[in-house]
Design a protein around this ligand. Structure first.
Ligand code: GLC
Length: 569
């Protein structure tokens, strides 16, 4: 078996630059702040950082609307500041990948400004322009953020297409100059030394050239928030807007470019489709296993089903990639919490993420058990999608003011983007600002949800994360091992093995997802296992396998004698 590549062994940590650490006291996170906090990632035990967009942006979609692809947002610092951050991260052994938005730019980007300036401008076709129909827009396509996917441009009398907000016009990837311009961007950052890219919304890059209407009956359901529809509904509505032909060839071309650089630069696709792995080694290195997290309750049955499907679907040579949280969804602690045992459940879920086969992506603050912030006023919300959806609800869907407000406040993505909680000082140590921070700090920083409180408490979530990450690092089976499920019908606990053929190491993982004791028997041809970790209070280093009792929410990791193969379970 080949030795694993760095990105197969790594644990990635996602930083939202605006919210991580403010170095200059303006209430907004920045590169000097992030640099000063790099040791947090080292002490936590992660290996790589994924930076959400750090580019100049009018910030209509929190930086996913880029106005200049080869610079740094002034509020985050400068290109020099970026390079200092990168060098300092590398000096600590941390890799850094950056976010790259290929599908669209900001409407403030000079490319779009040129394109919209006249129908005859040479860059007109860098974006997707069409004439309207007697009914208005060229067709019935919808924006993923709600409303029509077309916006009329008065000056030139045509509509432009946007899969997301109207301030995020789609690039026309069929135009060779667009591709070349974007590949220049890729080279720019690779030359500076970044270790790869997280590729934003890749499924939306191409549109069907016929522009046919989708056939989904929309009359009864105004599209406000596509996320609230079923997977099948979304597939039908976006039939001609996502996963169109040409995508895989494009991603393979990008891979070829990236592979001309030394050091195994990595491409991570924001998509769940395993087709993006190509033949397993010629397209994207990692593709998120989103189906794992797309559930209200992470039950053992859901996880087993997910793993069974996912691991079989991956083309040979491809490597899995798991995550349970990011900047677009409610925080893990909330999303999978039951309201009573959220803390214990969050630990089980973190242990799951860090012991399943594949590269884990951890969202900042999850290591502390940071929780969603509930917003009570639209004026506090910075994610403009909430405002856009509020308008659609009240103006087009006939929803009353109070209901619309409640709807958008409960869903705004700002809930999971609040500042990192470092200590109990003002603004949770995130910022020295004398006034408000860009988003409010969650008040629970005063109740111990901070790095400073938790780092010296051996029982804290942070200490727990550090322990599991350290264990993972020194346990080859937890990184390289294959996955074999045990007790495939257990309702309340998950039992699985990870076996690494190279080192021969065999690990047993038992996760109790319930508030009740679980008794189980592991009938294999070994009497006992050696305990590597337990969140319960076990004093014996050996674990008799004939009768295992898991305390509520126990996380147990043990090593089995590798000599004999694992017998029946
Ligand atoms: C991705 C990003 C999300 C953004 C969207 C449009 O889904 O994760 O934050 O709004 O793309 O760029």
């Amino acid at each position: 078996m080949k030795t694993l590549k760095w990105w197969q062994q790594a644990v990635f940590y996602q930083i939202y630059p605006r919210s991580f650490a403010d170095g200059n006291g303006d209430g907004i996170g920045d590169f000097p702040g992030m640099l000063a906090r790099l040791d947090h990632m080292v002490e936590l035990g992660v290996d790589a950082i994924w930076l959400s967009p750090h580019y100049p942006s009018p910030f209509r979609d929190c930086g996913y609307d880029i106005a200049d692809y080869t610079d740094v947002a002034p509020e985050y610092g400068s290109l020099d500041g970026f390079c200092r951050f990168l060098t300092a991260a590398h000096a600590r052994g941390l890799r850094v990948i950056i976010d790259l938005v290929l599908n669209h730019t900001s409407d403030q980007h000079p490319w779009f400004q040129a394109s919209r300036s006249s129908r005859t401008h040479p860059q007109r076709d860098w974006y997707v322009w069409r004439d309207g129909t007697p009914d208005g827009p060229p067709n019935n396509w919808v924006s993923i953020f709600g409303g029509s996917a077309w916006t009329y441009d008065e000056a030139t009398g045509q509509y432009y297409y946007h899969a997301f907000l109207k301030e995020q016009p789609d690039l026309n990837w069929c135009h060779p100059d667009v591709k070349e311009a974007m590949w220049q961007v890729v080279r720019f950052w690779l030359d500076l030394g970044v270790d790869g890219f997280r590729l934003d919304a890749i499924g939306t890059i191409f549109e069907h050239p016929d522009l046919s209407n989708h056939q989904f009956p929309l009359t009864h359901k105004p599209i406000i928030d596509i996320g609230s529809l079923s997977g099948e509904e979304i597939r039908q509505i976006l039939q001609f807007q996502i996963h169109q032909p040409g995508l895989h060839e494009l991603m393979q071309e990008l891979r070829t470019l990236v592979d001309t650089y030394p050091g195994e630069r990595v491409l991570v696709g924001e998509d769940e489709n395993v087709m993006f792995h190509g033949d397993g080694d010629n397209e994207l290195h990692l593709v998120f296993n989103f189906p794992l997290m797309q559930t209200h309750a992470l039950t053992p049955a859901h996880i087993r089903d997910n793993q069974a499907l996912r691991l079989t679907d991956l083309p040979s040579g491809a490597w899995p990639c798991n995550t349970l949280g990011n900047h677009d969804v409610s925080r893990m602690w909330h999303r999978y919490g039951d309201g009573l045992h959220n803390d214990a459940l969050a630990r089980v879920h973190l242990a799951l993420l860090l012991t399943l086969r594949g590269t884990p992506f951890l969202y900042y603050g999850e290591e502390l058990g940071m929780t969603d912030l509930h917003f009570s006023a639209l004026s506090d919300v910075r994610d403009t999608i909430a405002l856009h959806q509020f308008r659609l609800l009240t103006e087009q869907a006939g929803v009353g003011y109070a209901d619309a407000l409640q709807h958008v406040l409960a869903r705004t993505r700002d809930r999971c983007r609040t500042p990192m909680q470092w200590d109990r000082s003002r603004h949770a140590g995130f910022s020295q600002a004398s006034s408000a921070t860009w988003l409010p700090v969650h008040p629970n920083y005063l109740q111990g949800i901070t790095v400073e409180d938790q780092k010296s408490d051996p029982q804290s979530m942070l200490s727990f994360c550090r322990q599991i990450l350290a264990l993972r690092r020194r346990t080859p089976a937890l990184i390289a091992g294959d996955y074999r499920v045990l007790h495939p019908h257990s309702e309340h606990y998950l039992a699985f093995l990870r076996h690494d053929p190279l080192s021969g190491q065999l690990c047993l993982i038992l996760l109790n997802f319930s508030a009740h004791v679980q008794e189980l028997t592991l009938t294999c041809n070994r009497p006992e296992a050696r305990l590597l970790f337990s969140s319960g209070s076990r004093s014996e280093p050996q674990l008799p396998l004939a009768s295992v009792t898991l305390v509520p929410y126990e996380i147990l990791i043990a090593e089995l004698d590798p000599c004999a193969p694992y017998g029946s379970d």
